[in-house]
Design a protein around this ligand. Structure first.
Ligand code: FAD
Length: 485
């Protein structure tokens, strides 16, 4: 379709409102439920341009305010509309070094898209899908090397190569600083690599974006557990002028009910690490199988639970249940992923809580006693408190259970760093605007500060800390006793 010339630069009020979002092609549920290939297939050029054309280009855009990493969304959309895809991805990368990841897993519906004006009358502009489109467009054609940087000679250490650490590192490297990330695992990416499954976030995409960060000059030193191999204090003696802690919240929590130690009961962390990082889904190509039974119960209803349930289904389980003590309204997982799970046949047992597990003669789980719940008044989380319905116990036949009820920070760094202020939940106390901790020169952000949150909130924290660190090391402040001890 050719556009009349007068329409090429329309005033906002001239653009016709198209209420319906351009659908994202997906693998069919009956096919994808048994494979680990990516579910959502991404827009092609025509679909991306059509979606971008729905944007009203508001004179006072609200979408940007909803983006923790400040992507210039209206410009991105406009460049897509003009088919200037190379320029569009450059525009995104001015602020976001991990766009192909964000375009896939960010809860845009809670952020930029929530503020979209069209959302009041119809579907908001699908910013995430457009971001993914331009990022994939660039990845398919080869990522352009970043323009040359002016080295400052200042060294910064980052602990953890998750989205918080990678973002902080990339932003500091773009400013010319010499950045080294110390990562405990043998690969970077954090949860992006070991937690979120291949069918939602292919690992080649994560690796490509880590490679981009490395091409900015960031060094990634893997297999290095800070707090064991060396401490934060020792990093300063090695010449680093500032440290950013982005070590996440990787320690699983358990239900603490009888029978939880039986065989066949996994923490979601262990289950997903074995599926993703150890690639048990690709057995026998990878010699690391995982045992999944016929009836699998996943306890919890966040993204981690939904990912575990959909992974179990793909590994061959016949029935997979999400067992959650609240109602659908309170489920913390992304709405899109809950819908995907339903389409694939995951069964939701809501207002239900496990009370104990039963084992067979070999010590493997074979049953789970549950109790029905009802919702009372809101608790401190703002959600209605689940209350057990007396006498409503019943037993479910299960032979595999995955516990996905939350994760807390690993305490190694906190325990080996004197004077680092920590909350009673084990998270590090840090200023929201700068990431400053109780120790001068030490910054923190992401899940280690907020507790389990989102990829984009971790990235936003990394970005704000990079800005503060840049100010600190550019101002040559050297006042702190910790750094000079
Ligand atoms: P992490 O990603 O946890 O990275 C921390 C890194 O630090 C890790 O690589 C770890 O190995 C390393 N580390 C820890 N301690 C040390 C140490 N002492 N020395 C060196 N390295 C260390 N969010 C979304 O927005 N959308 C989603 O769809 C979504 N789905 C999720 C699905 C799953 C299964 C999980 C587990 C989480 C999901 N999240 C999602 C949440 C999101 O992934 C996290 O909020 C985010 O990854 C936090 O980033 P981070 O950088 O703070 O920490």
């Amino acid at each position: 379709m050719t556009m009349p010339k007068s329409e090429s630069k329309p005033k906002p009020q001239q653009r016709k409102l198209v209420k319906e979002v351009v659908a994202m092609p997906k693998q069919k549920p009956e096919i994808r439920r048994r494979n680990f290939d990516e579910v959502a297939l991404g827009y092609n050029e025509e679909q991306a341009v059509a979606e971008a054309n729905r944007c009203l280009q508001c004179p006072k855009p609200q979408c940007v305010q909803g983006c923790p990493v400040e992507v210039a969304i209206p410009e991105l959309v406009k460049l897509i509309r003009e088919r200037k895809f190379d320029k569009a991805i450059k525009k995104v990368k001015e602020k976001n070094s991990l766009p192909a990841i964000c375009g896939r897993v960010c809860p845009q519906e809670e952020q930029c898209q929530r503020n979209c004006v069209i959302g009041k009358a119809g579907d908001p502009i699908s910013v995430g899908r457009l971001e993914r489109f331009v990022a994939d467009y660039e990845l398919a054609r080869g990522v352009n090397p970043p323009s040359s940087l002016h080295p400052t000679g200042k060294k910064v250490a980052i602990i953890g190569a998750g989205p918080a650490g990678l973002t902080c590192a990339a932003d500091l490297a773009k400013l010319g600083h010499e950045v080294t990330i110390f990562e405990a695992l043998h690969v970077g990416g954090g949860v992006l690599m070991y937690g979120i499954p291949e069918f939602r976030l292919p690992k080649r995409i994560v690796q490509a974006e880590i490679d981009y960060v490395k091409r900015l000059g960031v060094k990634l030193q893997t297999n290095t557990l800070v707090g064991r191999i060396f401490t934060i204090r020792e990093l300063f003696t090695k010449g680093f002028e500032a440290v950013f802690i982005g070590s996440g919240a990787g320690l699983p929590q358990f239900l603490r009910v009888p029978g939880e130690n039986l065989g066949g009961i996994y923490s979601a962390n262990e289950f997903l690490i074995r599926v993703n990082l150890m690639k048990s889904y690709a057995f026998p190509k990878y010699d690391t199988p995982i045992r999944v039974g016929r009836n699998v119960a996943v306890i919890g209803a966040g993204n981690v639970a939904i990912d575990s349930a959909r992974s179990a289904l793909r590994l061959g389980a016949e029935n997979v249940y999400i067992v959650y003590r609240r109602s659908r309204e309170e489920m913390p997982a992304r709405a899109e992923e809950i819908e995907n799970a339903e389409e694939e046949g995951i069964i939701f047992k809501l207002l239900t809580n496990p009370t104990r597990f039963f084992g067979d003669e070999h010590g493997w789980v074979k049953g789970m006693e549950c109790i029905h719940m009802e919702l009372g008044e809101p608790d401190e989380s703002g959600r209605r408190r689940p209350i057990p319905v007396e006498g409503s116990e019943f037993v479910m036949d299960v032979d595999t259970v995955v516990v996905a009820i939350g994760r807390i920070p690993n305490p190694i760094i906190q325990r080996t760093t004197d004077d680092l202020e920590v909350t009673k939940w084990g998270t590090i106390v840090a200023d929201e605007a700068t990431g400053k901790t109780s120790i001068e020169g030490v910054y923190a952000g992401g899940d280690i500060v907020t507790g389990e949150a989102t990829v984009i909130s971790a990235m936003g924290a990394g970005k704000r800390a990079a800005r503060a660190i840049h100010q600190l090391i550019s101002g040559k402040e050297k006042t702190d006793s910790f750094r000079t001890k």
